[in-house]
Design a protein around this ligand. Structure first.
Ligand SMILES: Nc1ncnc2c1ncn2[C@@H]1O[C@H](COP(=O)(O)OP(=O)(O)OP(=O)(O)O)[C@@H](O)[C@H]1O
Length: 679
């Protein structure tokens, strides 16, 4: 144990280190600003004003430098956050400070290592049992940008160490949007964050086990370690709703990554612009995996037979070419169509393949006749011959998404053909409406149909996609994401127990298949960082009734409190509970069944630090104090019950509601509590 004066001297030395790091950050910022100005400035040369980045010997280089420096400058601006949060001393005597970004001195020597650098791994992974050559680990306490203290762990002692700084960080009151956890990432989380880029990772995790945090830090880690590949291909984060996205939106920028696109699956398909709403039954059919087969048939079913296109064995296809006439036989054409059907990935490419085969057949005959190969102008002419076009239109008609949608929704005979053996007649009848006024699910179908017609541009695919709350995605939504993943990898995060959509997944293997990934590493997180043990114990009573086979959370937190208030005057009781909750620091979340939430919102309007959330929208959020109002009503929520989980959706909403509290939970009820909450 160092004496007080030694500890003070060490703290002062660290404050000096921090000040030095700040000065060098400023110097790095100044240097970057200078580079930016050199390339992006409005340079007036010979009276000519140059455009943005249009300077230097190579315009493209100038443009690239001008752009490259913009996020770097932003990343280097002074923020209210300490520049390092940890330090390690290695066995060989070397030591490193670790922070959110790399900082170097005037010689290029590192003052602070980026938490994502390979060397930083030891900071997160070293333990009493496996020191990873680390002799000592220091964690800093800080308030905003100010270092307030530190705590040392002597790993040479080989003893487990309980970090007060980690405990404080986990238990601190929540005052706003989600924060990064770079300072306190735990070994099992770090192990997931640093999986190599090609790994498709699927993380099942109980509430508050840090899935969202892991996903976001993994995105930042990948961008840092696979910069070249991922800067170009891009990283996408898909979240369940806009409220959730705004809650998490600050994390990646704090980690220095502002280029990641964060969207809901609705935004990905433009479904947020939907102008009509499906009945529950119609939505169920439209989100079902079988719809992919229907869409496939609705497109490829247009391919006809050569005989039906009017080609006879005697005549074949006659192609007039000036004074010549080429004849392609029935067998030749049948083979061309069969090959195109077999070897082309999209319908549109298939038509072109048949057209090319026709030109090829005619060319061979022309070569035999004239002894030389005709040029490309000739080929274009052949393609335009009316008989060729008529044949193609009969055997492989031109299509676009709109036409197929219109036929599928508006032409009963066509729909019967497209759905026969895939959907029941009743189900098929639900596919109707006006494609011009689409529902959200119609836009999924449009996206699916389009995929059979033509390939997406490579630029529309992402190098890595992080998908949060993935248990709630329907097969058709998964397929939309899969089409934007291409050869890229995914990190899939979720909790089957929190699945509340009618199509919520009951197995991760199936969900990953819908996401188009068959080589997947599955893993489960069970250590809860959000919900104190006393509260998680209540939520865990509900878990066995949710119809899923997942491990319960074990909280690492022994603090927190749980209260039950039974009162026939529910609004008054809720208001009183909120009043009491406000006596403590932090955010208060009031969670109730959707309709009740509306009423409570009016009742509690204008109360600072209080947010009223409908149980169906509480997923992913957290509050210091949660007041759950009338659990029985939440359990009864009828809205989105699906066939596989009909009586469980409400219970799952309750499970979500009970697991949002960081410190305190008050359950307010007038009716008896649901029996599933009983011990
Ligand atoms: N290593 C950690 N250090 C500090 N805080 C952490 C750590 N891991 C997670 N947390 C915190 O625990 C809380 C829960 O994390 P997160 O929201 O990522 O969990 P989740 O598994 O996605 O939860 P849910 O399933 O309820 O959405 C967050 O406040 C997060 O910052």
């Amino acid at each position: 144990m160092p004496s007080d004066s030694t500890a003070e001297a060490e703290l002062q030395a660290e404050l000096d280190n921090h000040e030095r790091a700040r000065r060098y950050t400023a110097a790095m910022r100044a240097a970057t600003t200078e580079i930016h100005a050199a390339y992006a400035g409005e340079v007036d040369e010979g009276g000519k004003s140059r455009a943005y980045g249009d300077v230097g010997p190579d315009k493209l280089f100038g443009w690239a430098m001008a752009n490259y420096t913009v996020p770097r400058m932003a990343d280097l601006t002074d923020r209210d956050i300490a520049l390092f949060f940890g330090r390690i001393w290695m066995d060989d005597g070397e030591d490193f400070h670790i922070g959110r970004r790399h900082i170097r001195d005037e010689h290029g020597d590192p003052l602070v290592l980026d938490w994502r650098a390979p060397l930083s791994e030891s900071f997160y992974r070293a333990s009493a049992h496996d020191r990873k050559d680390v002799a000592r680990r220091r964690r800093f306490g800080f308030q905003g940008a100010r270092i307030t203290g530190f705590e040392d762990e002597n790993l040479l002692l080989g003893e487990a160490f309980a970090s007060d700084i980690l405990t404080e960080e986990i238990e601190r009151p929540r005052t706003g949007p989600m924060r990064d956890i770079a300072a306190t990432i735990q070994p099992e989380q770090d192990e997931l964050i640093r999986r190599e880029a090609a790994t498709n990772l699927c993380v099942q995790g109980a509430p508050g086990t840090g899935k969202t945090a892991v996903g976001l830090h993994r995105a930042a880690w990948l961008l840092y370690n696979y910069t070249e590949k991922l800067d170009k291909a891009g990283v996408l984060v898909v979240g369940p709703n806009e409220g959730f996205l705004s809650y998490i939106s600050g994390v990646l920028p704090t980690l220095g990554e502002s280029s990641v696109w964060q969207v809901t699956v609705h935004q990905l398909t433009g479904a947020h612009t939907a102008t009509a709403v499906d009945s529950r039954e119609a939505a169920l059919v439209k989100h079902d995996a079988r719809m992919a087969l229907v869409c496939e048939r609705a497109v490829w079913g247009h391919v006809g037979t050569v005989a039906a296109a009017g080609i006879t064995p005697d005549e074949g296809l006659l192609i007039a070419d000036g004074g010549w006439r080429w004849r392609l036989g029935l067998n030749y054409l049948e083979t061309a169509v069969a090959n195109a059907r077999k070897h082309t990935r999209t319908y549109t490419a298939g038509r072109k393949a048949v057209e090319d085969a026709i030109v090829q057949g005619a060319r061979r005959q022309a070569e035999i006749r004239s002894g030389h190969s005709p040029d490309s102008k000739w080929a274009t002419r052949i393609k335009r011959v009316p008989a060729v076009q008529a044949f193609l239109d009969a055997v492989w008609p031109k299509l676009n998404t709109k036409t197929v949608m219109k036929k599928l929704y508006g032409d009963a005979d066509f729909r019967a053909d497209a759905t026969r053996g895939i959907l029941t007649e009743d189900e098929a009848a639900l596919l109707s409406g006006k494609p011009a006024k689409p529902t959200a699910a119609d836009l999924l179908i449009t996206d699916e149909i389009e995929s059979y017609l033509k390939l997406r541009e490579p630029s529309e695919s992402f190098g890595h996609i992080v998908i949060d709350e993935a248990q709630d995605l329907s097969p058709m939504q998964c397929r939309v994401i899969a089409r934007r993943s291409g050869k890229g990898s995914v990190t899939v995060l979720g909790d089957l127990a929190q699945g509340t959509t009618p199509w919520a997944a009951s197995s991760w293997t199936d969900q990953m298949r819908h996401l188009g990934k068959d080589r997947v590493e599955h893993t489960e997180l069970t250590t809860g960082f959000r919900v104190p043990a006393v509260i998680i114990e209540l939520a865990n009573r509900v878990l066995p009734h949710l119809g899923v086979d997942v491990a319960p959370a074990r909280s690492i937190r022994s603090d927190g409190s749980l209260d039950r208030v039974e009162d026939p005057d529910l609004p008054a009781a809720a208001r009183e509970a909120v009043g009491k909750a406000l006596a403590e620091e932090g955010l208060v979340g009031v969670i109730a069944a959707d309709e009740r939430a509306e009423a409570l919102r009016t009742l509690l309007a204008g109360t600072d630090r209080v947010e009223v959330v409908a149980a169906s929208l509480a997923k992913g959020l957290e509050f210091d104090h949660v007041v759950v109002v009338e659990p029985a009503e939440i359990v009864e929520a009828p809205a989105s019950a699906g066939p596989s989980s009909s009586d469980r959706v409400g219970l799952r909403h309750l499970y979500v509601a009970l697991t949002r509290a960081v410190s305190r939970l008050t359950v307010v009820h007038a009716r008896p509590l649901p029996p599933e909450m009983a011990a």
